[in-house]
Structures are given as C-alpha cells and as structure tokens.
Design a protein around this ligand. Structure first.
Ligand code: NDP
Length: 403
C-alpha cells in the first residue's frame, strides 16, 4: 500500500502533485480529488505532459464525510494529503479516522464564521488518532512548516536554547495587478485583517492589525516594509520551544496592497458575517474572492523572489555565549513557474507538503496521534528541501535583531 490521495486542486496542490510525480520512487501511485473535477483533470494533464506520470482523478466534496470515506475506502491510500482549505481539516480528519488512514495538512482548522487560527480543534483528535494507530502531521507548508523545521534545526545544530525568534516572510514578487492575493484570497485576507499577536514571556500579546511596521533589507529582493502579524506556527513553536521568551511573525506588504485592503475593510468588503442582498444572504469576503484574480492565474506574469526565514537568538550549543543565526530560503517566481506552472507562493508551500508526505511514506517520521512538525527530526526534511527546489542557507549575524 503506497498510494497517496491529495485533496484539493488549487495552486498548492498542483505543485505538490507535480513534485510527487517527479519522485515516483516515493509516490508510485497518486490520486487527486477535489470539489471541481475539471481542476483535477487540468493538474493531471500538466503532470502527464511534464513528467509522463498518470494521476488518478476524482470529484469529492471534502465536507461530505460519508462520500469521502467511500472514496478513501475505494482507493485504499496509505496517506491523505489535505491541500483544500482550512475549513475542511476536521471533516477530512474524521474520514481518516473512520478509514484508519494517515493525514497531513498545511494550515490549521478555521471555523467559517470566525477568523480564529488555533490548533486546539485538531489537537483534540490526538487520543482518537493514537487509539486508531494512525498519524496526523499538521502544518507541513512553508509557514507553518519549513519555518518551524528551521527553528528545530537551529536547536539541534546551533543553539542550546532559543530565547528570541523572528520569522520574516517576504514576497518580493510583482504580478502586475493593482490588487491580488498570492494564495486563496479569502484565507489570506482573513489572516491579514485579524489582530496581530506575538508570544512574550509565556503569553500571547495582542495588538491592532498592521499596527507595527519595520523596514528590512531582504537578500535577493531589497528593502521592504514588513508588518507584525499573527501566524499559526507561533502557537506550536511556543509549545515545543518552552524556553522561548519572545516569538514574532513578520510579513511584507507593499503600500498599494495596504491601501486597497484598507479601503476594502472600511467599506465592509472583508466582513465574514452574512449580509442580505436582493433577498439572498452573501458573505462580502466570499463575494470579493469571486471578483479578485485567481492566485493560480498570476503565475505567468509574476516576477521577483520570495525570501522567508527565521532569525533566532539564544545560547550557543558550543558554549560560546549568546549567538544569533539567520536561516532562510530564497525562491524565484519565474523558476517556480517554469518547473510546475505555478508561482513561488504555491511552490514554497507545495514542495514542503510533498516532503512532509515523503517523511511519512518512507517512515522517517512516525508516530501514533496528532503531531506538529516541530516534534520530528528536522535533518531528513532539511536535506530534502535542498534536493527538491528549496535550498536554504544559515549565517551567523553579528547580534540580535534591533527591531
Ligand atoms: P486554492 O483556493 O487555490 O485551492 C483550494 C482547493 O481546495 C480548490 O481546488 C478548492 O476547490 C478545493 N476545495 C475547497 N473546498 C473544498 C471542498 N469542500 N471539497 C473539496 N475540495 C475543496 O488554495 P491554495 O492552493 O492557495 O491553498 C491550499 C491550502 O494551502 C489552504 O489551506 C491554504 O491555507 C494553505 N496554504 C498554506 C501555506 C503555508 O505555508 N503553510 C501557504 C499558502 C497556502 P474549488 O476549485 O472547487 O474551489
């Protein structure tokens, strides 16, 4: 039994499925199912053209647990890789429990009616997964995902403790559109309009969304403004690096993006509560998603690089006192597009999803229950990043960050 079933057929799924097909020794059989069959067929066609590998395609509504159970039973996969939306995490975990199949995702569960990014809903499945003898790996994208693996690699090889951690996420890509998001617009806008939160002295400290701005010179991109915001790996990092005194997450946004988002927010277009329009209930943010460019459509025009990494300060493993290290990856949008037909934001998420799946398929990472990526040996994952399109570097900085 060595089949993988991928659910969802957006940009991230497209990259992951292409990369799985390029590693047929690990993924000899690939099945792909999503809500819109034509999107699965388009990915399968591209994979066949680029790699010569066949992908078995199906249509399924992942929120319909009985239908999903039937599909999983029919296909008999070893692992279900959830690359649909965070709303589907719990139904897909339910279907995995019912069928006794391992699970992986890249984003934590969110209820549709409130923008809350918390792990407790999924951590609550731990005992049931353990009793069933199956494994769930949560958050195997870039952030969350690689950013946590970077931190654990630093803890294994460079730092005895991590006292302060800053995660810096820069998308220096230009897609030529006045306003567009580079992954699912609904999820992206929910994330950036939520209040900022960072970890400090044993608790989360909340502050207004986009309230803290710092200029930073990103290698390969140049100077950019980055904003402090909440990101879900802060919760798992705080849990698995208990000595951490402060952890913050920063993301770059251009002035035009902030300006458009501010107007959309001010006029109510980012609301996630229902509004009555011509006798029909609509959710303004879902309507906005429908009129914004599909992230996948930005691939052919996006130029520039992403630069995502961790800066960590703590006590050096070799006893040489306090040290600061910066681990990062730089990814080029045009190179990513040339390889799989998707821009770098999908690429930097889809590749780690494939690698996390490889860790499970090959048995490098194994456990019974629900696990975050921080709980496993970072070394085989870091080695695969280098070999599969996301090479990383580690440098020592002269001292802690000054912001
Ligand atoms: P897309 O919107 O491009 O793709 C989502 C896919 O899920 C679509 O094909 C969609 O189907 C499908 N889907 C939605 N609802 C259902 C359902 N009920 N049943 C079956 N399929 C469904 O998103 P992305 O590819 O950009 O993102 C995918 C995931 O990756 C998201 O969870 C996102 O949060 C996460 N992500 C994680 C990152 C990380 O670094 N950890 C970074 C970026 C994204 P349809 O086509 O019919 O709408």
């Amino acid at each position: 039994m060595s089949k993988v079933l991928v659910i969802g057929a957006g940009g991230v799924s497209s990259v992951a499925v292409h990369k799985m097909a390029m590693n047929a020794d690990i993924f000899p059989e690939i099945a792909l199912a999503s809500r819109t069959y034509s999107k699965c067929a388009a990915i399968a066609e591209s994979v066949a053209a680029r790699t010569g590998v066949g992908v078995d395609t199906h249509e399924v509504d992942a929120e319909d647990v009985p239908a999903l159970v039937k599909l999983i039973e029919h296909l008999g996969p070893k692992l279900v890789v959830n690359l649909a939306l965070p709303y589907q995490d719990l139904p897909i975990m339910d279907a995995c429990l019912a069928t006794g199949v391992d699970y992986l995702d890249t984003a934590n569960y969110e209820p549709k009616d409130v923008a809350k990014f918390e792990y407790h809903w999924q951590w609550a499945y731990h005992d049931r997964f353990r009793e069933k003898g199956i494994m769930a790996l949560l958050g195997s994208g870039f952030d969350p995902g690689v950013t946590s693996v970077f931190a654990m690699w630093l803890k294994k090889h460079k730092l005895k403790t991590i006292r302060r951690l800053d995660i810096l996420d820069c998308n220096g890509g230009d897609h030529g559109q006045a306003f567009a998001t580079n992954f699912n617009p609904e999820i992206n806008i929910r994330e950036v309009t939520a209040p900022a939160r960072h970890w400090e002295n044993g608790q989360f400290v909340e502050s207004p969304a986009m309230g803290r701005k710092v200029a930073f010179d990103f290698e390969g991109v140049g100077p950019k403004n980055m904003y402090m915001m909440y990101h879900e790996e802060l919760e798992s990092l705080a849990r698995f690096i208990p000595e951490m005194e402060r952890a913050r997450f920063w993301m770059t946004f251009g002035d035009a993006y902030i300006q458009h988002l501010t107007v959309l927010q001010n006029v109510g277009m980012t609301r996630i509560d229902p509004v009555l329009y011509n006798g029909v209930e609509i959710i303004p943010l879902q309507f906005l998603k429908a009129v914004l460019p599909e992230p996948a459509s930005l691939g052919p025009t996006t130029k520039g690089k992403t630069n995502i990494g961790d800066i960590a300060t703590g006590e050096a493993l070799d006893g040489s006192g306090e040290k600061t290290f910066y681990v990062k990856n730089i990814c080029d949008h045009e190179d990513a597009y040339a390889e799989t037909g998707n821009q770098a934001v999908s690429y930097t998420t889809g590749v780690p999803a494939m690698i996390g799946a490889a860790m499970m398929m090959q048995g490098h990472w194994r456990g019974e229950g629900v696990f975050n990526i921080e709980q496993f040996d970072p070394d085989p994952f870091m080695a695969m990043l280098n070999a599969h399109g996301l090479p990383w570097t580690c440098e020592e900085l002269p001292g802690p960050v000054e912001f």
